[in-house]
Every structure is written in C-alpha cells, then in structure tokens.
Design a protein around this ligand. Structure first.
Ligand code: NAD
Length: 496
C-alpha cells in the first residue's frame, strides 16, 4: 500500500510517525496510508519556510507570477490525473472534479496579475515637496488548513495568492483525501517554485495546533466546519496571528410564487445534490412562499429526482458519488431519521440506496423532506449530504426572517420574476453571498468569497482582492529631500 508523507524543502518525507488509512469511499476499502506529522515535523517545515522567506520576499512579483503561469499550464496538462486522484479519495464524479479544478485554476490566473495587484498607492505632493506612498509587504510564513470537500480548489484559494504576495506557505490538507492536494503542490514545485517556499504537512490536530501556536507563523487561513473554525480563529488570534476562518453553512433558497418553477427545480437539483451535497454552498433548504408554490415544488422536484443517479466517480452518467466516510454516511442518515421522528415528511428517501457492485460504499441517495420546521435538528445543523429540506411560509418577509435567524450566513438565493422583490432581498438579507435566480452564487476569482455570521470568523474574505490585503501588511512611507540644510524651523503643532 502506498504511503503518503509530507513535502518539505522540495522533498517527500515519510518517516517514523503516526499513521492512518485513507479510504476509497466508493468501495469502503483502505487505499493508502498517511503519515501524520508530529510537532517536530511541522516545526521543521516552518523552519524551512522561514529560511526561504528572505530570498522569496525579494524575488520580483513578475518572477513570482511567471511561476504561476507555468503552474496553470501544468494543472491543465494533468487535469485528468488530478480529477482521478480527487475521485479515488473524495468520491466526486470526474466531471465535477474537473469543474473543481477549473475554479481553482481561475485563482491561479488571478494570482498571475501579482505585479498589478501589488502596485500600491502613491501620492505626490501631500505637502510642499513631500511625497507619500503605501506598499504592501509580505507577512512572512503563513499557513493554510483545508477541508476534505474541495481538496484542490480550496488550497488553490490560498496558496497562489499567498505566494505571489511574497509569503512562504505551510499547508495542512484534509487527512481524508490528501493525494490530489499533495500532487498539485508537487506541480507547483515543478513549475519553478524554490525549495522551502511551499511545504505541505499531512496530519491532524497535532499538526494544526503547532501551526496555531508557533510564533513564526504570521497568518492562518482556514476552511472547514464552524466549531473548528471558531477554535482556529480564537487560538490563532490569541497567539498574535492574523486569521480568516471560514466555517459551515445552511443555505436557503426562497422560491417565490411567481418563480419559473421548472427552472427553479432544475437549478435546485444540481445545487442540492451535486457533489452529494458536500459543498459549503449547497442549497439545502428550499423555502416556498405559499402552499401552492410548495406543492408545485415538491411535486416537480420528486419527478426530477427520479432521474438522479448516484454511483462511482468514473461513470460519467452518474450525477453524484458517495459521501466521504462511513461515519458521515451514518450522520446524514441520522439527520433524516431525526427529521422523520420530529414530524417532517420524507418524500423521497435515499437512506437505503444500493449501488450494485459497491455494496460497501458510503452512498446516500438523494432525499427530499417536506414540512420541515425551525425547531428540527435537521434544520438547525449542517447536514452536508444529498438532502433537500422544504419549508413552507406565507410571505417573503417570513422567509427572510427565517434565514436571518439561522446561525449560518454563507450563501442564499431567491427564485423570482419580480426585480423589486429580488433587489429588496439582496439589499437586506444577512448573508454574505447572494444569488438572484443563481443557485450557487460562488464569487469568481476576481471577487472574494466569504459568508456572514458563524460562517466566517475574521474580517477579510478568501481569495480575490481581499487576499492581497490578508496576505500583506501595509507600510506607508512619507519622504522629503531637502536640498540644502534646514529649510524651516521646528514645528510644534500640525500645520494648519
Ligand atoms: P473539518 O472542520 O472537520 O476539517 C477541516 C480541517 O480542520 C482539516 O484539515 C482537519 O484536519 C482540521 N481539523 C479537524 N478537527 C480538528 C481539531 N479538533 N483541531 C484542529 N484541527 C482540526 O471540516 P471537513 O469535514 O473537512 O469539511 C467540511 C466542512 O467544511 C463543512 O462544515 C463545510 O461547510 C465547510 N466548508 C466551508 C467552506 C467555506 O468556504 N465556508 C468551504 C468548504 C467547506
């Protein structure tokens, strides 16, 4: 069985530490063994990054960007291999994995604009013969900690921008599906990144805690579940680090009575069940305004779901694959059970789905639950599985109150033909990313990504323009060049 280790100083290391199995979620079998980094190994990676920093900091942004151009090319050349690695450990079907990669590549493309992004701000004659400018300097060594559900895209939200801004990087990928992450890090190395500038440590809490407490780490970007995001944010900041910690979600779609119902159903289908619902932007709750809209939605959705296919990642006709682990499969089924026990109606039941030839895989079929109410556990918590819940309200105002009362505020969407209602919704809803007839309003790479409320701890969003601010510190310089001696007397008050 192949053993996966760490990428430190350009070398793969895999010696003498704790190990754990990586499973193929479609078969339920262990496929690889992962070496879990000890505190000493993580400290070694940090030391190497720290040593690489002075030279990398002084490398012109254009040269750093050229490495990203080569990296983009390598990602494209190796797209099928990357998608296969994602599929083997995450279970995501191949065309969805290629889509994930594409969204990641768009962040590499944005990072190619580093010279432009880092130009700074300049003002001539802020006073007589005085010029002033702000420049954006790298922080030093920064860390990224990433979740299982986008093993390529989320690291690409972080690494390219952190690196082109002149930082060195230590990445701790998810321990459940690290192969594709490790592989793209090797491609970045192959693209010409100097040894030590990027290091990948595989591991668990021990590795994370080392990154959170070591004084050489200046900033931490985290993406994962809310309880861990909150822990990461509080621990990193108390240790004096800059931190952005993106957490979990419960994304609602309001379905207005005037919506084009066929279109809404079609959009919801992909947004609720794509990637087995294991997306932080998955639309997991449809809030129908009025019983007529709800009945029509449930009826059309039920018919549409009959055509969905769950199965292995390599079969192109499948719509989505297994969930990540046996434990997670049981958790998703547990939420469906609890909704039923609390009085909801299971309209389409995916609990006992079987995929022929893959009886031990962690599959959950697409599930539709109607008559869900705010007191239900399945509504209050993030399910992160292929489950769409329908709630019924009487007005758009009630739907918005429901959304605003939820602890998460990642994404939301409204399906309507009424521009005024849509504008009111997007102006007032307490959610960070809003779609109007767009079910997954994931910002493109030249905007930034982030939720509100307990979906994001910190101030700056991920990637895009916010990443330049997150991965740099502003320095403002004011200069005057007196040509000969003292020009004016000492001043004891601000000039007026
Ligand atoms: P997770 O929180 O379990 O793990 C994320 C990372 O934290 C992993 O690298 C893991 O090793 C580490 N970790 C886990 N437990 C830890 C602990 N006790 N101490 C220190 N580190 C720990 O998340 P996951 O299950 O891998 O990913 C799914 C979650 O991520 C969902 O909640 C999803 O909504 C969220 N997510 C959010 C976004 C976003 O942009 N807001 C994007 C993708 C995923």
């Amino acid at each position: 069985m192949e053993t996966l280790g760490h990428l430190i100083n350009g070398q793969m290391l895999a010696t003498g530490e704790r190990r754990q199995a990586i499973f193929n979620p479609a078969t339920g079998e262990a496929s690889k063994e992962l070496v879990l980094a000890s505190r000493e190994t993580v400290e070694q990676a940090i030391a190497v990054a720290d040593a690489a920093f002075p030279a990398w900091r002084d490398t012109p942004p254009l040269k750093r960007a050229r490495i990203m151009f080569r990296f983009k090319e390598l990602l494209e050349l190796n797209a099928d291999k990357i998608a296969a690695l994602i599929g083997e450990e995450h279970g995501k079907i191949s065309h969805d994995a290629l889509g994930e990669l594409q969204r990641g590549i768009e962040n590499v493309e944005y990072a190619c604009g580093a010279p432009e992004l880092l130009k700074g701000e300049h003002s001539k004659n802020v006073g007589p013969n005085i010029d002033s400018w702000s420049e954006f300097q790298p922080l030093g060594v920064v860390a990224g900690i990433t979740p299982f559900n986008f093993p390529v895209m989320v690291p690409l939200w972080m690494m390219p921008m952190a690196l082109v801004c002149g930082n060195c990087f230590v990445l701790k990928p998810s321990e459940r599906d690290p192969s594709s992450t490790l592989y793209i890090a090797q491609l970045l190395q192959e693209a010409g990144l100097p040894d030590g500038v990027l290091n990948v440590v595989n591991g668990d809490k021990e590795a994370v805690d080392t990154l959170l407490t070591d004084s050489r780490i200046k900033a931490v970007s985290f993406v994962g579940s809310t309880p861990i995001a909150e822990y990461i944010y509080s621990t990193a900041t108390v240790n004096g680090k800059r931190c952005q910690a993106l957490g979990g979600a419960k994304n609602h779609a309001i379905v207005m009575p005037d919506a084009d119902m066929d279109n809404a159903v079609n959009q919801l289908l992909g947004a609720a069940f794509g990637s087995s619902g294991e997306r932080c932007m998955a639309l997991s709750v449809a809030v129908a305004v009025g019983d007529a809209a709800a009945d029509s939605l449930v009826e059309k959705m039920t018919a549409a779901m009959a055509g969905l296919k769950v199965g292995v990642c390599t079969e192109r006709s499948n719509d989505f694959g297994p969930v990540i682990t046996r434990q997670h499969q049981e958790k998703v089924v547990g939420y469906i059970n609890s909704a039923e026990a609390q009085g909801a109606r299971i309209v389409v039941d995916g609990r006992n789905v079987q995929v022929p030839g893959y009886e031990n895989g962690y599959f959950v079929g697409a599930t539709l639950i109607d008559q869900v109410t705010p007191d239900m556990q399945s509504y209050q918590e993030e399910i992160f599985g292929p489950v769409l819940q329908v709630m019924r309200v009487d007005s758009m105002q009630q739907a918005m109150e429901l959304i605003d009362a939820h602890e998460y505020g990642n994404g939301t969407c409204i399906f309507t033909r009424d521009g005024e209602a849509a504008r009111y919704f997007s102006d007032n809803i307490q959610v960070g990313m809003v779609g109007i007839n767009v079910p997954l309003p994931v910002p493109v790479a030249y905007h930034s990504f982030g939720g509100w409320k307990r979906s994001l701890f910190g101030d700056l969003h991920a990637y895009g323009p916010d990443a330049v601010r997150f991965y740099t510190k502003r320095k403002t310089i004011t200069q005057r060049w007196p040509s000969a001696g003292v020009r004016e007397g000492a001043q004891f008050a601000f000039p007026s």
